[in-house]
Design a protein around this ligand. Structure first.
Ligand SMILES: [Zn+2]
Length: 249
């Protein structure tokens, strides 16, 4: 690959790197093919759900013949078929407070393709504690947001959202529909962030939240700094291992 900022050295780094994708739904469908195409050596897909008919309009990695199968397995098989040289592992389980640190372990970068704020905050905390760069994104309707959390380099999700939005009531409620193209757009953006995190190419969305509304065709960038009072990355942190399930309900 002849790409500015990646080159032979970057390609070797990607080949030696392991990326974790949490969630094999809409965002996962958007980023997984591009992670494999970029040449990541190892890809782990973790998802505890099964493919449902209502998923197919946006979770484009899954097909009608995959209905009822574990999403992690269906996605891993499809990515392997597209890119046989990629080493893809499926973990059929839900990431929770009890296993998050273990699931992240051994990965060079993690991509948050989940669809609830509870899961996103859990990944934020676990990735930060594990020192694994985390590429966050969330989509609802035609809109979404993305940022990359790097320990020691910028704010975490809790700095950006001191009050965790409630699932079902927040701006990224899964109760609302999602345009497949919006999930694909943000998933592809996450793949680009993961490539940059591993190769050092370009400038990461660290300390910046990209907010895009594909309905209006508008793109905004909000700058954010670390919050000294942040319970995770602030001066007096109270979040530490072991993570507790009751913090992520
Ligand atoms: Zn923070």
């Amino acid at each position: 690959v002849l790409l500015d900022g990646v080159g032979t050295e970057g390609q070797e780094r990607l080949l030696a790197a392991s990326v974790l994708v949490v969630g094999a739904g809409g965002l996962g469908s958007g980023c997984l093919p591009y992670l494999a195409a970029a040449g990541f050596g190892r890809i782990t897909i973790v998802d505890g759900d099964r493919v449902e008919e209502s998923n197919l309009n946006r979770q484009v990695l899954h097909r009608e013949c995959d209905l009822g199968r574990p999403k992690a397995e269906s996605a891993a098989e499809r990515v392997s078929a597209l890119y046989p040289e990629a080493s893809v592992t499926a973990r059929i389980e839900r990431v929770d407070a009890g296993n998050a640190l273990a699931v992240l372990s051994g990965h060079d970068v993690a991509v948050d393709c989940t669809d609830t704020f509870a899961a996103k905050f859990l990944l934020n905390d676990a990735a930060w504690l594990a020192g694994v760069p985390l590429v966050h994104a969330g989509v609802v309707g035609y809109a979404g947001q993305a940022t990359t959390v790097l320990r020691g380099k910028g704010p975490c999700l809790r700095c950006l959202f001191p009050e965790r939005p409630l699932d079902g009531e927040g701006p990224l409620s899964t109760r609302d529909g999602i345009l497949g193209a919006a999930a694909g757009f943000f998933g592809a953006l996450q793949a680009a962030e993961a490539v940059k995190a591993v190769t050092g190419a370009g400038t990461l969305l660290c300390g910046r939240l990209l907010v895009a509304d594909l309905s209006a065709g508008t793109f905004r960038e909000l700058e954010a700094e670390r919050d000294r009072a942040c319970p995770l990355c602030g001066e007096s942190p109270r979040i530490a291992p072991p993570l507790r399930a009751e913090d992520y309900l």
